[in-house]
Design a protein around this ligand. Structure first.
Ligand SMILES: NC(=O)c1ccc[n+]([C@@H]2O[C@H](COP(=O)([O-])OP(=O)(O)OC[C@H]3O[C@@H](n4cnc5c(N)ncnc54)[C@H](O)[C@@H]3O)[C@@H](O)[C@H]2O)c1
Ligand SMILES: [Zn+2]
Ligand SMILES: [Zn+2]
Length: 392
């Protein structure tokens, strides 16, 4: 079958790879009908995630049709149209039964690699390095889904493919940021990053009752999207002093909840801090540029909450611990616990309360995926997300 493979830093190609097979009783095989780019894939392409190997199939946000089930699959059947969460959960361990699905104890066969890097192991995830399980990704015609009973969700008839697709990763991730970040009715919420994840966090904050939601980015087309589809306020950080502007718009207090949806490759208006961070990242010293996170910590109101959705992989530099401590902030983060949120999100999509299709600014056959990633990585042509059709 065809699949998009990682071949090295900034090298990806559509290749022929073996068809997937049922390996365990609880596996299903999915015919992938739609699979999309995610900001996390850029960290792979740009070489910031270790333990990728040439030939690895990329992709973790997808939907499709079940074409085969193992003898241990109880809840799913062949022919069902389902969306699949990016993290794989066994459904039975302590973490899965406490709704902390991305921390599953049983789905990362390469747990020792992650132990070495981070001192713990997470659950496995599709198409995202050997340390995170070495699972083949969804940018392919077919994919093996372990623990299919827990990670696949039937899509209601009224929900279109381009909505259901983003119930895989962007929508539950955004929802988790607002929910675990503690957004309450009446809150002021600021979101750094107007990509798919940031936009979904902003929408979740609104649905959870926030009075004022402010989205921060520098890309005008993304800010316009947040205004048009979610009616949020926006700030262009390349033209504005974000700290001063947030104080101004919040009666001097700062947002109650700050959600970081940017991650380790943040940019800023070019100042000394950014140049310093870039040099260190190029030298692979501390690799990450936590500029949006730092800004969120400085901007948050005293005693407020900062939630980190953007992906970081290890050590960060220039982290304002003294601000966090003295200001009484709660700072937390997580990889998405999709299984907890997807059924609820699909219901909201079915009722029309939540829509994601506008994120798919580009659609194309999987054969054109390298072009799609070029648009997505360089934010050309207003690209927010590219949806690939492997069977087009
Ligand atoms: N926690 C999870 O489970 C999870 C799931 C999906 C994605 N992610 C991560 O979330 C992040 C966002 O994903 P995405 O798909 O929306 O990515 P994206 O690349 O489409 O969007 C990132 C946005 O951040 C903006 N940005 C860069 N620097 C900024 C700054 N200093 N201030 C404000 N905005 C800034 C960029 O202009 C861009 O619009 C990535 O790090 C991704 O890896 C995490
Ligand atoms: Zn993702
Ligand atoms: Zn588990």
């Amino acid at each position: 079958m065809k699949a998009l493979c990682w071949e090295g830093v900034n090298k990806i190609a559509v290749e022929r790879v073996p068809d997937p097979q049922i390996l365990n009783d609880q596996d299903a095989i999915l015919k992938v009908t739609l699979t999309t780019t995610c900001g996390s894939d850029l960290h792979l392409i740009n070489g910031f995630v270790p333990t990728m190997q040439a030939g690895d199939v990329m992709g973790h946000e997808f939907m499709g049709e079940i074409v085969e089930v193992g003898p241990g699959v109880r809840r799913r059947k062949v022919g069902e149209r389902v969306v699949v969460t990016s993290f794989i959960g066994c459904g039975r361990c302590w973490y899965c039964t406490h709704d902390l699905w991305s921390l599953c104890d049983n789905t990362n066969p390469n747990w020792d690699l992650e132990q070495t890097a981070l001192g713990f192991e997470s659950g496995g995830v599709f198409g995202y390095s050997h340390a995170m399980g070495g699972f083949k990704g969804s940018h392919s015609e077919y994919i093996r889904i372990p623990f299919a009973d827990y990670g696949t969700f039937p899509v209601p008839d009224g929900v279109g493919d381009l909505d259901a697709l983003y119930a895989s990763d962007a929508a539950p991730t955004g929802w988790m940021g607002a929910h675990l970040g503690g957004v309450k009715p009446g809150d002021v919420v600021a979101v750094w990053g107007a990509g798919g994840v940031g936009q979904m966090a902003a929408r979740a904050a609104q649905i959870l009752g926030a009075d004022q939601v402010i989205v921060i980015d520098r890309l005008p087309e993304r800010l316009a999207m947040a205004e048009r589809y979610m009616d949020t306020e926006t700030i262009d950080y390349s033209r504005t002093d974000v700290q001063a502007e947030l104080r101004e718009r919040t009666g001097g207090r700062g947002p109650d909840v700050c959600i970081e949806a940017v991650g380790m490759e943040a940019t800023t208006a070019p100042d000394g801090q950014y140049a310093y961070a870039m040099v260190k990242q190029r030298l692979r010293m501390p690799k990450e540029r936590p500029t949006a996170l730092r800004e969120a910590i400085y901007a948050c109101r005293k005693g407020g909450s900062v939630f980190v959705l953007g992906v970081f992989g290890g050590m960060v530099d220039n982290f304002p611990l003294g601000v966090l401590m003295n200001k009484g902030l709660t700072v937390s983060g997580a990889q998405q616990h999709g299984q907890r949120y997807v059924p609820m999100l699909l219901k909201r999509m079915a009722s029309g309360e939540l829509s994601t299709r506008h994120l798919a600014t580009h659609e194309m056959p999987l054969d054109e995926a390298p072009r799609g990633y070029d648009l997505f990585k360089h934010k050309k042509d207003g690209c927010v997300r590219v949806a690939f059709r492997p069977h087009a």
